[in-house]
Design a protein around this ligand. Sequence first.
Ligand SMILES: *[C@@H]1O[C@H](CO)[C@@H](O)[C@H](O)[C@H]1NC(C)=O
Ligand SMILES: *[C@@H]1O[C@H](CO)[C@@H](O)[C@H](O)[C@H]1NC(C)=O
Ligand SMILES: *[C@@H]1O[C@H](CO)[C@@H](O)[C@H](O)[C@H]1NC(C)=O
Ligand SMILES: *[C@@H]1O[C@H](CO)[C@@H](O)[C@H](O)[C@H]1NC(C)=O
Ligand SMILES: *[C@@H]1O[C@H](CO)[C@@H](O)[C@H](O)[C@H]1NC(C)=O
Ligand SMILES: *[C@@H]1O[C@H](CO)[C@@H](O)[C@H](O)[C@H]1NC(C)=O
Length: 268
Amino acid sequence: MDVGCVLLLWWVTLIPGILSDPSDEACLTHLSKSLEDSTNLPHNWKEENFAKPCNDSTSILQGVICNNGRIYKLSLNNLSLRGTISPFLSNCTNLQALDLSSNFLTAQIPLELESLVNLAVLNLSSNRLEGDIPPQLALCAYLNIIDLHDNLLTGPIPQQFGLLARLSAFDVSNNRLSGPIPASLSNRSGNLPRFNASSFLGNKDLYGYPLPPFRNRGLSILAIAGIGLGSGLASLVLSFTGVCVWLKITERKMALEEGKISHLMPDY
Ligand SMILES: *[C@@H]1O[C@H](CO)[C@@H](O)[C@H](O)[C@H]1NC(C)=O
Ligand SMILES: *[C@@H]1O[C@H](CO)[C@@H](O)[C@H](O)[C@H]1NC(C)=O
Ligand SMILES: *[C@@H]1O[C@H](CO)[C@@H](O)[C@H](O)[C@H]1NC(C)=O
Ligand SMILES: *[C@@H]1O[C@H](CO)[C@@H](O)[C@H](O)[C@H]1NC(C)=O
Ligand SMILES: *[C@@H]1O[C@H](CO)[C@@H](O)[C@H](O)[C@H]1NC(C)=O
Ligand SMILES: *[C@@H]1O[C@H](CO)[C@@H](O)[C@H](O)[C@H]1NC(C)=O
Protein backbone atom coordinates (compact mmCIF):
# COMPACT_ATOMS: atom_id res chain seq x y z
CA MET A 1 0.00 0.00 0.00
CA ASP A 2 1.26 3.49 -0.79
CA VAL A 3 0.90 6.56 1.37
CA GLY A 4 -2.13 7.83 -0.62
CA CYS A 5 -4.04 4.64 0.09
CA VAL A 6 -3.25 4.79 3.80
CA LEU A 7 -4.36 8.43 3.97
CA LEU A 8 -7.60 7.61 2.13
CA LEU A 9 -8.35 4.72 4.50
CA TRP A 10 -7.60 6.98 7.46
CA TRP A 11 -10.07 9.62 6.17
CA VAL A 12 -12.76 7.07 5.36
CA THR A 13 -12.64 5.74 8.91
CA LEU A 14 -12.24 9.16 10.50
CA ILE A 15 -15.07 11.07 8.79
CA PRO A 16 -17.92 9.00 10.24
CA GLY A 17 -16.10 9.27 13.57
CA ILE A 18 -16.28 13.06 13.40
CA LEU A 19 -19.89 13.15 12.34
CA SER A 20 -21.33 10.60 14.73
CA ASP A 21 -21.58 11.02 18.44
CA PRO A 22 -22.12 8.36 21.11
CA SER A 23 -24.07 10.78 23.32
CA ASP A 24 -26.54 11.69 20.57
CA GLU A 25 -26.95 7.98 19.81
CA ALA A 26 -27.73 7.21 23.46
CA CYS A 27 -30.14 10.15 23.48
CA LEU A 28 -32.11 8.93 20.45
CA THR A 29 -32.06 5.25 21.43
CA HIS A 30 -33.44 5.94 24.90
CA LEU A 31 -35.92 8.50 23.61
CA SER A 32 -37.47 5.96 21.25
CA LYS A 33 -37.41 3.23 23.96
CA SER A 34 -39.27 5.42 26.44
CA LEU A 35 -42.19 5.72 24.04
CA GLU A 36 -44.86 3.06 24.22
CA ASP A 37 -45.62 3.03 20.54
CA SER A 38 -42.52 4.04 18.60
CA THR A 39 -44.33 3.27 15.34
CA ASN A 40 -45.83 6.76 15.71
CA LEU A 41 -42.35 8.21 15.21
CA PRO A 42 -41.53 9.44 11.69
CA HIS A 43 -40.84 6.42 9.47
CA ASN A 44 -37.08 6.90 9.24
CA TRP A 45 -36.64 6.84 13.03
CA LYS A 46 -34.98 3.41 13.01
CA GLU A 47 -32.28 2.20 15.33
CA GLU A 48 -29.77 1.77 12.48
CA ASN A 49 -30.04 5.51 11.82
CA PHE A 50 -29.42 6.53 15.44
CA ALA A 51 -25.65 5.88 15.39
CA LYS A 52 -25.08 8.66 12.87
CA PRO A 53 -28.09 10.97 12.80
CA CYS A 54 -26.16 13.96 11.51
CA ASN A 55 -24.40 14.65 8.23
CA ASP A 56 -22.87 17.96 9.20
CA SER A 57 -25.89 20.24 9.46
CA THR A 58 -28.48 18.02 7.81
CA SER A 59 -30.11 15.02 9.38
CA ILE A 60 -31.68 11.97 7.82
CA LEU A 61 -34.10 11.88 10.75
CA GLN A 62 -37.28 13.87 10.31
CA GLY A 63 -37.71 16.32 13.18
CA VAL A 64 -33.96 16.56 13.83
CA ILE A 65 -31.81 19.52 12.88
CA CYS A 66 -28.05 19.22 13.25
CA ASN A 67 -25.25 21.70 13.62
CA ASN A 68 -21.57 20.71 13.28
CA GLY A 69 -22.47 17.03 13.35
CA ARG A 70 -24.45 17.23 16.59
CA ILE A 71 -28.20 17.29 17.24
CA TYR A 72 -29.22 20.89 17.64
CA LYS A 73 -33.02 20.86 17.45
CA LEU A 74 -35.40 18.02 18.17
CA SER A 75 -39.07 18.39 17.42
CA LEU A 76 -41.55 15.56 17.59
CA ASN A 77 -44.84 17.38 18.04
CA ASN A 78 -48.40 16.33 17.32
CA LEU A 79 -47.55 12.66 16.64
CA SER A 80 -49.81 11.01 19.27
CA LEU A 81 -46.71 9.81 21.10
CA ARG A 82 -47.39 7.91 24.32
CA GLY A 83 -44.96 7.03 27.09
CA THR A 84 -42.53 9.11 29.08
CA ILE A 85 -39.77 11.66 28.45
CA SER A 86 -36.45 9.84 28.76
CA PRO A 87 -33.91 11.35 31.21
CA PHE A 88 -31.30 10.33 28.61
CA LEU A 89 -32.41 13.26 26.47
CA SER A 90 -29.76 15.00 28.54
CA ASN A 91 -27.22 13.06 26.45
CA CYS A 92 -28.06 15.33 23.48
CA THR A 93 -25.71 17.81 25.07
CA ASN A 94 -25.77 20.31 22.20
CA LEU A 95 -29.55 20.53 22.14
CA GLN A 96 -30.82 24.06 21.70
CA ALA A 97 -34.53 23.40 21.13
CA LEU A 98 -36.73 20.58 22.39
CA ASP A 99 -40.34 20.42 21.20
CA LEU A 100 -42.44 17.41 22.24
CA SER A 101 -45.70 19.35 22.34
CA SER A 102 -49.18 18.01 21.54
CA ASN A 103 -48.67 14.34 22.35
CA PHE A 104 -49.89 12.07 25.16
CA LEU A 105 -46.68 11.96 27.17
CA THR A 106 -47.07 11.10 30.85
CA ALA A 107 -45.04 11.07 34.10
CA GLN A 108 -42.65 13.79 35.20
CA ILE A 109 -40.41 16.24 33.40
CA PRO A 110 -36.96 14.66 33.99
CA LEU A 111 -34.77 16.91 36.12
CA GLU A 112 -31.78 15.57 34.15
CA LEU A 113 -32.73 18.12 31.48
CA GLU A 114 -30.85 20.55 33.76
CA SER A 115 -27.60 19.48 32.07
CA LEU A 116 -28.74 20.77 28.67
CA VAL A 117 -26.76 23.97 29.13
CA ASN A 118 -27.48 25.24 25.60
CA LEU A 119 -31.24 24.77 25.78
CA ALA A 120 -33.12 27.89 24.68
CA VAL A 121 -36.53 26.46 23.76
CA LEU A 122 -38.49 23.96 25.84
CA ASN A 123 -41.99 23.22 24.54
CA LEU A 124 -43.74 20.34 26.31
CA SER A 125 -47.22 21.84 26.05
CA SER A 126 -50.41 19.80 25.52
CA ASN A 127 -49.35 16.50 27.05
CA ARG A 128 -50.29 14.68 30.27
CA LEU A 129 -47.18 15.47 32.23
CA GLU A 130 -47.57 15.38 36.00
CA GLY A 131 -45.60 16.06 39.17
CA ASP A 132 -43.63 19.17 40.05
CA ILE A 133 -41.86 21.43 37.57
CA PRO A 134 -38.15 20.71 38.31
CA PRO A 135 -36.57 23.90 39.74
CA GLN A 136 -33.27 22.59 38.32
CA LEU A 137 -34.42 23.69 34.84
CA ALA A 138 -33.33 27.16 35.93
CA LEU A 139 -29.75 25.89 35.43
CA CYS A 140 -30.40 26.05 31.68
CA ALA A 141 -29.43 29.68 31.70
CA TYR A 142 -30.13 30.31 28.02
CA LEU A 143 -33.80 29.33 28.19
CA ASN A 144 -35.92 31.92 26.48
CA ILE A 145 -39.06 29.87 25.87
CA ILE A 146 -40.73 27.64 28.45
CA ASP A 147 -44.13 26.39 27.31
CA LEU A 148 -45.75 23.82 29.62
CA HIS A 149 -49.42 24.75 29.13
CA ASP A 150 -52.15 22.08 29.07
CA ASN A 151 -50.61 19.40 31.27
CA LEU A 152 -51.36 17.96 34.73
CA LEU A 153 -48.43 19.57 36.53
CA THR A 154 -48.77 20.17 40.27
CA GLY A 155 -46.88 22.08 42.96
CA PRO A 156 -45.50 25.60 42.76
CA ILE A 157 -43.86 27.54 39.93
CA PRO A 158 -40.17 27.38 40.91
CA GLN A 159 -38.92 30.70 42.33
CA GLN A 160 -35.61 29.96 40.56
CA PHE A 161 -37.24 30.66 37.17
CA GLY A 162 -36.94 34.32 38.04
CA LEU A 163 -33.21 33.91 37.44
CA LEU A 164 -33.77 33.16 33.74
CA ALA A 165 -32.84 36.57 32.43
CA ARG A 166 -33.50 35.69 28.77
CA LEU A 167 -36.98 34.30 29.29
CA SER A 168 -39.28 35.95 26.75
CA ALA A 169 -42.15 33.43 26.59
CA PHE A 170 -43.51 31.56 29.59
CA ASP A 171 -46.79 29.62 29.67
CA VAL A 172 -47.96 27.29 32.43
CA SER A 173 -51.69 27.87 31.91
CA ASN A 174 -54.15 24.98 32.36
CA ASN A 175 -52.31 22.78 34.81
CA ARG A 176 -52.88 22.00 38.51
CA LEU A 177 -50.27 24.32 39.88
CA SER A 178 -50.63 25.95 43.29
CA GLY A 179 -49.10 28.68 45.41
CA PRO A 180 -48.03 32.22 44.68
CA ILE A 181 -46.78 33.41 41.30
CA PRO A 182 -43.07 34.31 41.78
CA ALA A 183 -42.76 38.09 41.77
CA SER A 184 -39.80 37.89 39.41
CA LEU A 185 -42.09 36.43 36.72
CA SER A 186 -44.95 38.83 37.28
CA ASN A 187 -43.38 42.16 38.21
CA ARG A 188 -44.15 45.25 36.22
CA SER A 189 -41.81 47.00 33.86
CA GLY A 190 -43.52 50.29 33.29
CA ASN A 191 -47.24 49.52 33.33
CA LEU A 192 -47.06 46.01 31.87
CA PRO A 193 -46.45 42.74 33.71
CA ARG A 194 -43.47 40.66 32.53
CA PHE A 195 -45.92 37.86 31.69
CA ASN A 196 -49.66 38.55 31.70
CA ALA A 197 -52.49 36.53 33.24
CA SER A 198 -52.86 34.33 30.15
CA SER A 199 -49.56 32.63 31.13
CA PHE A 200 -51.04 31.50 34.46
CA LEU A 201 -54.80 31.02 33.96
CA GLY A 202 -56.49 27.65 34.50
CA ASN A 203 -54.61 26.64 37.65
CA LYS A 204 -57.15 26.42 40.46
CA ASP A 205 -54.80 27.10 43.39
CA LEU A 206 -52.34 29.48 41.78
CA TYR A 207 -52.67 33.06 43.03
CA GLY A 208 -51.16 36.51 42.97
CA TYR A 209 -50.52 39.23 40.41
CA PRO A 210 -51.21 39.24 37.44
CA LEU A 211 -54.15 36.87 38.12
CA PRO A 212 -57.39 38.54 39.26
CA PRO A 213 -57.92 38.34 43.04
CA PHE A 214 -58.80 34.75 44.01
CA ARG A 215 -61.67 35.40 46.45
CA ASN A 216 -63.60 37.81 44.25
CA ARG A 217 -63.23 35.58 41.23
CA GLY A 218 -64.45 32.49 43.11
CA LEU A 219 -67.25 34.38 44.86
CA SER A 220 -68.65 36.22 41.87
CA ILE A 221 -69.00 33.06 39.78
CA LEU A 222 -70.44 31.08 42.71
CA ALA A 223 -72.70 33.94 43.71
CA ILE A 224 -74.17 34.37 40.24
CA ALA A 225 -74.75 30.63 39.90
CA GLY A 226 -76.13 30.43 43.44
CA ILE A 227 -78.52 33.34 43.10
CA GLY A 228 -79.73 32.12 39.72
CA LEU A 229 -80.30 28.55 40.89
CA GLY A 230 -81.72 29.58 44.27
CA SER A 231 -84.26 32.07 42.93
CA GLY A 232 -85.27 29.66 40.18
CA LEU A 233 -85.92 26.87 42.69
CA ALA A 234 -87.70 29.19 45.14
CA SER A 235 -90.13 30.52 42.53
CA LEU A 236 -90.77 26.97 41.32
CA VAL A 237 -91.57 25.76 44.85
CA LEU A 238 -93.74 28.83 45.53
CA SER A 239 -95.81 28.50 42.37
CA PHE A 240 -96.29 24.76 43.00
CA THR A 241 -97.53 25.32 46.54
CA GLY A 242 -99.75 28.12 45.26
CA VAL A 243 -101.36 25.84 42.70
CA CYS A 244 -101.67 23.03 45.26
CA VAL A 245 -103.37 25.29 47.82
CA TRP A 246 -105.73 26.67 45.17
CA LEU A 247 -106.57 23.12 44.01
CA LYS A 248 -107.22 21.96 47.60
CA ILE A 249 -109.56 24.93 48.20
CA THR A 250 -111.56 24.50 45.01
CA GLU A 251 -111.72 20.72 45.63
CA ARG A 252 -113.13 21.29 49.11
CA LYS A 253 -115.62 23.89 47.76
CA MET A 254 -116.76 21.51 45.04
CA ALA A 255 -117.10 18.68 47.56
CA LEU A 256 -119.21 20.92 49.78
CA GLU A 257 -121.31 22.01 46.81
CA GLU A 258 -121.84 18.40 45.74
CA GLY A 259 -122.79 17.51 49.29
CA LYS A 260 -125.44 20.27 49.29
CA ILE A 261 -126.78 19.18 45.91
CA SER A 262 -126.98 15.47 46.80
CA HIS A 263 -128.62 16.46 50.05
CA LEU A 264 -131.35 18.39 48.18
CA MET A 265 -131.95 15.62 45.66
CA PRO A 266 -134.38 13.00 46.72
CA ASP A 267 -133.24 9.34 46.60
CA TYR A 268 -134.98 7.07 44.13
C1 LIG B 1 -23.90 14.11 3.40
O1 LIG B 1 -24.39 15.27 2.72
C2 LIG B 1 -23.75 15.53 1.50
C3 LIG B 1 -24.27 16.84 0.92
O2 LIG B 1 -25.28 17.39 1.69
C4 LIG B 1 -23.99 14.36 0.54
O3 LIG B 1 -23.33 14.60 -0.66
C5 LIG B 1 -23.50 13.07 1.20
O4 LIG B 1 -23.81 11.98 0.36
C6 LIG B 1 -24.13 12.87 2.54
N1 LIG B 1 -23.55 11.70 3.19
C7 LIG B 1 -24.28 10.73 3.74
C8 LIG B 1 -23.52 9.61 4.34
O5 LIG B 1 -25.50 10.77 3.75
C1 LIG C 1 -52.04 17.51 14.29
O1 LIG C 1 -52.15 16.36 13.46
C2 LIG C 1 -53.46 16.17 12.95
C3 LIG C 1 -53.44 14.90 12.13
O2 LIG C 1 -52.70 13.92 12.74
C4 LIG C 1 -53.87 17.34 12.09
O3 LIG C 1 -55.20 17.18 11.67
C5 LIG C 1 -53.76 18.63 12.91
O4 LIG C 1 -54.03 19.73 12.10
C6 LIG C 1 -52.37 18.76 13.50
N1 LIG C 1 -52.34 19.92 14.36
C7 LIG C 1 -51.38 20.81 14.32
C8 LIG C 1 -51.50 21.94 15.26
O5 LIG C 1 -50.43 20.71 13.57
C1 LIG D 1 -26.55 9.94 29.53
O1 LIG D 1 -27.46 10.45 30.48
C2 LIG D 1 -27.49 9.71 31.68
C3 LIG D 1 -28.62 10.26 32.52
O2 LIG D 1 -28.58 11.65 32.60
C4 LIG D 1 -26.14 9.79 32.36
O3 LIG D 1 -26.17 9.04 33.55
C5 LIG D 1 -25.08 9.25 31.42
O4 LIG D 1 -23.80 9.43 31.98
C6 LIG D 1 -25.11 9.93 30.06
N1 LIG D 1 -24.26 9.24 29.15
C7 LIG D 1 -23.54 9.86 28.22
C8 LIG D 1 -22.75 9.01 27.29
O5 LIG D 1 -23.52 11.09 28.13
C1 LIG E 1 -45.49 25.14 21.57
O1 LIG E 1 -46.04 24.25 20.63
C2 LIG E 1 -47.42 24.50 20.27
C3 LIG E 1 -47.86 23.51 19.22
O2 LIG E 1 -47.61 22.21 19.55
C4 LIG E 1 -47.55 25.87 19.72
O3 LIG E 1 -48.92 26.16 19.48
C5 LIG E 1 -46.99 26.90 20.70
O4 LIG E 1 -47.03 28.17 20.11
C6 LIG E 1 -45.56 26.56 21.07
N1 LIG E 1 -45.11 27.49 22.08
C7 LIG E 1 -44.29 28.50 21.83
C8 LIG E 1 -44.02 29.41 22.97
O5 LIG E 1 -43.78 28.69 20.74
C1 LIG F 1 -38.40 42.63 38.29
O1 LIG F 1 -37.74 41.40 38.13
C2 LIG F 1 -36.42 41.49 37.65
C3 LIG F 1 -35.90 40.08 37.50
O2 LIG F 1 -36.67 39.39 36.61
C4 LIG F 1 -35.60 42.31 38.63
O3 LIG F 1 -34.30 42.45 38.10
C5 LIG F 1 -36.22 43.66 38.83
O4 LIG F 1 -35.51 44.38 39.80
C6 LIG F 1 -37.66 43.51 39.29
N1 LIG F 1 -38.31 44.81 39.37
C7 LIG F 1 -39.12 45.15 40.37
C8 LIG F 1 -39.70 46.50 40.29
O5 LIG F 1 -39.41 44.38 41.27
C1 LIG G 1 -50.68 38.41 26.94
O1 LIG G 1 -49.40 38.22 26.37
C2 LIG G 1 -49.41 37.51 25.13
C3 LIG G 1 -47.99 37.37 24.65
O2 LIG G 1 -47.12 37.17 25.69
C4 LIG G 1 -50.26 38.28 24.11
O3 LIG G 1 -50.35 37.55 22.92
C5 LIG G 1 -51.65 38.51 24.66
O4 LIG G 1 -52.39 39.32 23.78
C6 LIG G 1 -51.58 39.18 26.01
N1 LIG G 1 -52.95 39.25 26.54
C7 LIG G 1 -53.39 40.34 27.15
C8 LIG G 1 -54.79 40.26 27.67
O5 LIG G 1 -52.73 41.36 27.28
